[in-house]
Design a protein around this ligand. Structure first.
Ligand code: GRF
Length: 193
Protein backbone atom coordinates (compact mmCIF):
# COMPACT_ATOMS: atom_id res chain seq x y z
CA UNK A 1 0.00 0.00 0.00
CA UNK A 2 1.36 3.38 -1.05
CA UNK A 3 1.36 5.65 1.99
CA UNK A 4 1.86 9.41 1.91
CA UNK A 5 2.68 11.19 5.19
CA UNK A 6 1.70 14.78 5.97
CA UNK A 7 3.66 16.38 8.81
CA UNK A 8 4.46 19.85 10.16
CA UNK A 9 6.74 19.18 13.12
CA UNK A 10 9.66 17.15 14.39
CA UNK A 11 8.40 14.07 12.57
CA UNK A 12 9.00 11.40 15.21
CA UNK A 13 5.89 9.50 14.07
CA UNK A 14 6.98 9.81 10.44
CA UNK A 15 10.34 8.33 11.46
CA UNK A 16 8.66 5.52 13.42
CA UNK A 17 6.67 4.61 10.29
CA UNK A 18 9.84 4.60 8.19
CA UNK A 19 11.83 2.54 10.70
CA UNK A 20 9.07 -0.03 11.03
CA UNK A 21 8.90 -0.39 7.24
CA UNK A 22 12.68 -0.84 7.13
CA UNK A 23 12.78 -3.40 9.95
CA UNK A 24 9.94 -5.64 8.85
CA UNK A 25 8.55 -6.87 5.55
CA UNK A 26 5.64 -4.49 5.62
CA UNK A 27 2.68 -4.36 3.29
CA UNK A 28 3.02 -0.58 3.26
CA UNK A 29 5.60 1.68 1.71
CA UNK A 30 6.17 5.36 2.48
CA UNK A 31 6.15 7.03 -0.93
CA UNK A 32 6.52 10.65 0.16
CA UNK A 33 6.16 13.48 2.62
CA UNK A 34 4.07 16.62 2.24
CA UNK A 35 5.14 19.29 4.71
CA UNK A 36 3.82 22.82 5.29
CA UNK A 37 6.71 24.13 7.44
CA UNK A 38 10.10 24.91 5.85
CA UNK A 39 11.88 24.39 9.20
CA UNK A 40 10.21 21.12 10.18
CA UNK A 41 12.39 18.33 11.55
CA UNK A 42 10.38 15.94 9.38
CA UNK A 43 12.23 17.35 6.34
CA UNK A 44 15.65 16.20 7.59
CA UNK A 45 14.20 12.78 8.36
CA UNK A 46 12.86 12.55 4.80
CA UNK A 47 16.27 13.54 3.45
CA UNK A 48 18.08 10.97 5.60
CA UNK A 49 15.71 8.23 4.40
CA UNK A 50 15.65 9.51 0.78
CA UNK A 51 11.90 10.05 0.83
CA UNK A 52 10.55 12.44 -1.84
CA UNK A 53 9.21 15.67 -0.34
CA UNK A 54 6.73 18.31 -1.45
CA UNK A 55 6.89 21.48 0.59
CA UNK A 56 3.48 23.13 0.49
CA UNK A 57 3.72 26.38 2.47
CA UNK A 58 0.77 28.75 2.73
CA UNK A 59 1.62 32.17 1.31
CA UNK A 60 0.86 35.11 3.60
CA UNK A 61 -1.84 36.59 1.37
CA UNK A 62 -3.19 33.29 0.09
CA UNK A 63 -6.80 32.37 0.81
CA UNK A 64 -7.58 29.15 2.65
CA UNK A 65 -9.44 27.90 -0.42
CA UNK A 66 -6.47 28.46 -2.70
CA UNK A 67 -4.07 26.80 -0.24
CA UNK A 68 -6.38 23.83 0.20
CA UNK A 69 -6.54 23.39 -3.57
CA UNK A 70 -2.76 23.39 -3.81
CA UNK A 71 -2.51 20.96 -0.92
CA UNK A 72 -5.03 18.59 -2.51
CA UNK A 73 -3.07 18.67 -5.77
CA UNK A 74 0.22 18.09 -3.93
CA UNK A 75 -1.29 14.99 -2.32
CA UNK A 76 -2.86 13.78 -5.58
CA UNK A 77 0.49 14.05 -7.37
CA UNK A 78 1.77 11.17 -5.22
CA UNK A 79 -1.30 9.02 -6.05
CA UNK A 80 -1.35 7.61 -2.51
CA UNK A 81 -3.59 4.76 -1.41
CA UNK A 82 -3.48 6.00 2.18
CA UNK A 83 -2.81 9.49 3.56
CA UNK A 84 -1.37 9.57 7.06
CA UNK A 85 -1.47 12.74 9.17
CA UNK A 86 1.47 12.57 11.55
CA UNK A 87 1.44 15.89 13.36
CA UNK A 88 0.08 17.89 10.42
CA UNK A 89 -0.97 21.12 12.11
CA UNK A 90 -3.56 22.26 9.58
CA UNK A 91 -7.20 21.46 9.37
CA UNK A 92 -7.86 19.77 6.05
CA UNK A 93 -10.53 21.49 3.96
CA UNK A 94 -13.70 19.58 3.10
CA UNK A 95 -12.57 19.23 -0.53
CA UNK A 96 -9.32 17.58 0.54
CA UNK A 97 -11.18 15.21 2.86
CA UNK A 98 -13.65 14.42 0.04
CA UNK A 99 -10.90 13.79 -2.49
CA UNK A 100 -9.50 11.02 -0.24
CA UNK A 101 -12.65 9.93 1.53
CA UNK A 102 -12.03 7.13 4.05
CA UNK A 103 -8.37 7.12 3.06
CA UNK A 104 -6.99 9.66 5.53
CA UNK A 105 -6.02 8.72 9.07
CA UNK A 106 -4.67 10.82 11.94
CA UNK A 107 -2.96 10.24 15.26
CA UNK A 108 -3.92 12.36 18.25
CA UNK A 109 -2.32 12.44 21.72
CA UNK A 110 -5.41 11.66 23.81
CA UNK A 111 -8.05 9.00 24.15
CA UNK A 112 -10.61 10.62 21.85
CA UNK A 113 -13.31 11.85 22.22
CA UNK A 114 -11.55 13.27 25.31
CA UNK A 115 -9.31 16.29 24.75
CA UNK A 116 -9.48 17.06 21.02
CA UNK A 117 -7.59 20.07 19.63
CA UNK A 118 -4.27 21.59 20.67
CA UNK A 119 -2.23 20.73 23.79
CA UNK A 120 -4.09 17.52 24.53
CA UNK A 121 -1.60 16.28 27.20
CA UNK A 122 -1.93 19.60 29.03
CA UNK A 123 -5.72 19.38 28.77
CA UNK A 124 -5.62 15.90 30.32
CA UNK A 125 -3.46 17.14 33.22
CA UNK A 126 -5.69 20.16 33.81
CA UNK A 127 -8.77 17.95 33.69
CA UNK A 128 -7.36 15.84 36.53
CA UNK A 129 -7.44 12.63 34.45
CA UNK A 130 -5.55 9.58 35.68
CA UNK A 131 -5.39 7.99 32.25
CA UNK A 132 -4.81 9.37 28.78
CA UNK A 133 -3.11 8.01 25.66
CA UNK A 134 -3.30 8.21 21.90
CA UNK A 135 -5.87 7.52 19.22
CA UNK A 136 -5.63 6.59 15.56
CA UNK A 137 -8.79 7.56 13.71
CA UNK A 138 -10.23 8.10 10.25
CA UNK A 139 -10.31 11.80 9.34
CA UNK A 140 -13.60 13.48 8.61
CA UNK A 141 -14.50 17.16 8.22
CA UNK A 142 -14.34 17.87 11.98
CA UNK A 143 -11.19 18.33 14.08
CA UNK A 144 -9.85 15.17 15.78
CA UNK A 145 -13.09 13.41 14.97
CA UNK A 146 -14.08 10.38 12.93
CA UNK A 147 -14.23 6.62 13.52
CA UNK A 148 -11.62 5.41 16.00
CA UNK A 149 -9.39 2.62 14.69
CA UNK A 150 -7.18 2.02 17.73
CA UNK A 151 -6.14 3.51 21.05
CA UNK A 152 -3.31 3.00 23.48
CA UNK A 153 -3.58 4.08 27.12
CA UNK A 154 -0.92 5.90 29.13
CA UNK A 155 -1.16 6.37 32.91
CA UNK A 156 -0.71 9.88 34.26
CA UNK A 157 1.83 10.23 37.09
CA UNK A 158 1.45 12.81 39.89
CA UNK A 159 4.83 14.28 38.90
CA UNK A 160 3.87 14.70 35.21
CA UNK A 161 4.35 17.92 33.31
CA UNK A 162 2.73 18.35 29.87
CA UNK A 163 6.16 17.69 28.30
CA UNK A 164 6.88 14.51 30.26
CA UNK A 165 3.39 13.19 29.62
CA UNK A 166 3.54 14.00 25.90
CA UNK A 167 6.89 12.21 25.65
CA UNK A 168 5.37 9.01 27.13
CA UNK A 169 2.34 9.33 24.87
CA UNK A 170 4.67 9.67 21.90
CA UNK A 171 6.45 6.45 22.86
CA UNK A 172 3.03 4.78 22.73
CA UNK A 173 2.28 6.50 19.40
CA UNK A 174 5.48 5.18 17.84
CA UNK A 175 4.37 1.63 18.60
CA UNK A 176 0.70 1.99 17.77
CA UNK A 177 0.80 4.01 14.54
CA UNK A 178 3.02 1.75 12.38
CA UNK A 179 1.18 -1.36 13.52
CA UNK A 180 -2.18 0.15 12.57
CA UNK A 181 -0.93 1.37 9.18
CA UNK A 182 0.36 -2.16 8.59
CA UNK A 183 -3.01 -3.68 9.54
CA UNK A 184 -4.75 -1.33 7.10
CA UNK A 185 -2.27 -2.27 4.37
CA UNK A 186 -2.91 -5.97 5.02
CA UNK A 187 -6.67 -5.45 4.90
CA UNK A 188 -7.04 -6.45 8.57
CA UNK A 189 -8.55 -3.06 9.33
CA UNK A 190 -11.09 -1.79 6.81
CA UNK A 191 -11.50 1.93 6.26
CA UNK A 192 -14.67 1.69 4.14
CA UNK A 193 -17.41 1.78 6.71
C1 GRF B 1 1.97 13.75 17.94
O1 GRF B 1 1.93 13.74 19.33
C2 GRF B 1 0.61 13.52 17.35
O2 GRF B 1 -0.24 12.82 18.18
C3 GRF B 1 0.08 14.91 17.16
O3 GRF B 1 1.19 15.69 16.82
C4 GRF B 1 2.37 15.12 17.38
C5 GRF B 1 3.37 15.01 16.27
O4 GRF B 1 4.64 14.66 16.75
N1 GRF B 1 -0.97 14.95 16.15
P1 GRF B 1 5.80 14.25 15.75
O5 GRF B 1 6.02 15.42 14.81
O6 GRF B 1 5.39 13.01 15.03
O7 GRF B 1 6.99 14.02 16.62
Amino acid sequence: MKVLVLASGQGSNFEALLRYARSYQTAYQIIGLVCDQPEAGALSIAKAHRVPVTLCVKDKDETKASYNQRLTRAIQDFAPELVVLAGFMRILGPDTVDAFKQRIINIHPSLLPAYPGLNAPEQALRGGASLTGCTVHIVDAQIDHGPVLAQSAVAIQPSDTPQLLHARIQTAEHQLFPSIVEKIARGEIKLDR
